[in-house]
Design a protein around this ligand. Structure first.
Ligand code: CP
Ligand code: NVA
Length: 307
């Protein structure tokens, strides 16, 4: 019997050991890239990227990353492919995976990517679903490690919507042993089952966002209206008005706390310009690290442990 194919569909698909390996590979791959050393372990390999939602960073980092590793990348979207005309996702999984070596998908329900993966002959990576954004959290944690060292035992304050980013932080906390303090407006609370949580040991919820941020080592937030929820935008603008990360909030966090945001950001909504453009913000490193962590991820999914 052949070994099952490894996918990265949600954060808990990998173990702590695998993440430690990936962070170390990321460091090496990033260092090589920064010193202009050619590294082409994925020569002749093809990545297919399927986008059912918009993207700047995810497309760019996967496409550039695959090229930098010696392979090639193909972009498909719903509008220009049969995916938008009702071809069953199971059929798409069978066909696309016969013509490529690895697939990245950005879509709506997690169920779509799970069904695709079940029918795929090659590894599938979640490039964002309604429920999760594992590649982003991989980059965020790597960025924290670069700036402050291990995240183990630290406290992350999540301020705002209990969305795909929040759910993935909660999964990561269980695996990598840190704490998440979540504050959402009433009616937008975390749904543990949807977040795919093992337990609740690493997660505490706060009605007052200032209390969630108090003493935190990392303060983070995201848009009030994620892709797919645009119809609720007006209502959300009112409901989330007190959940902005601003200077006062950063002042109650740990003195060396960093600020993160997966981007794109809306200054004056979920974050003040003072914070995102201020000295504690690491958002540009965070964005860049998408490239480096995903190169390590693709290398791992295609070649296994190389060191
Ligand atoms: N953070 C992130 O995933 O950005 P894009 O939507 O631009 O890909
Ligand atoms: N939560 C946001 C993240 C965008 C990268 C969304 O799903 O739209």
């Amino acid at each position: 019997m052949s070994t099952p194919i490894k996918h990265f569909l949600q954060f808990k698909d990998f173990t702590r050991d695998e993440f430690e390996y990936l962070f170390e590979r990321t460091r090496i791959i990033k260092e090589r890239f920064k010193s202009y050393q050619q590294y082409w372990p994925l020569q002749d390999r093809t990545l297919v990227m399927i986008f059912e939602k918009a993207s700047t960073r995810t497309r760019l980092s996967f496409e550039a990353g695959m090229h930098q590793l010696g392979g090639s990348a193909i972009y498909l979207n719903t509008r220009d492919s049969q995916l938008g005309r009702g071809e069953p996702v199971e059929d798409a999984g069978k066909v696309i995976s016969r013509m490529s070596d690895i697939v990245m998908i950005r879509t709506f329900e997690q169920d779509i990517i799970e069904r695709f993966a079940r029918n795929s002959r090659v590894p599938v990576i979640n490039g964002l679903t309604n429920e999760y954004h594992p590649c982003q959290i991989l980059a965020d944690i790597y960025t924290y490690i670069e700036h402050r060292g291990s995240i183990r035992g630290k406290t992350v304050a999540w301020i705002g919507d209990s969305n795909n980013m929040c759910n993935t932080w909660l999964q990561a906390a269980e695996i990598l042993d840190f704490n998440v303090h979540v504050s959402t407006p009433p009616g937008y609370e975390v749904e543990p089952e949807r977040a795919g949580l093992y337990g609740t040991d690493h997660y505490e919820s706060f009605g007052d966002p200032m209390e969630a941020a108090r003493g935190a080592d990392l303060v983070t937030t995201d848009v009030w209206t994620s892709m797919g929820w645009e119809a609720e935008n007006e209502e959300r603008m009112k409901d989330f008005a007190d959940w902005q990360v601003d200077g006062d909030m950063m002042r109650v966090a740990a003195p060396d706390a960093v600020f993160m945001h997966c981007l794109p950001a809306h200054r004056g909504e979920e974050v003040s310009a003072e914070v995102i453009d201020g000295p504690q913000s690491v958002v540009w490193d965070e964005a860049e690290n998408r490239l480096h962590v995903q190169k390590a991820l693709m290398e791992y999914l295609l070649l296994g442990k190389v060191a």
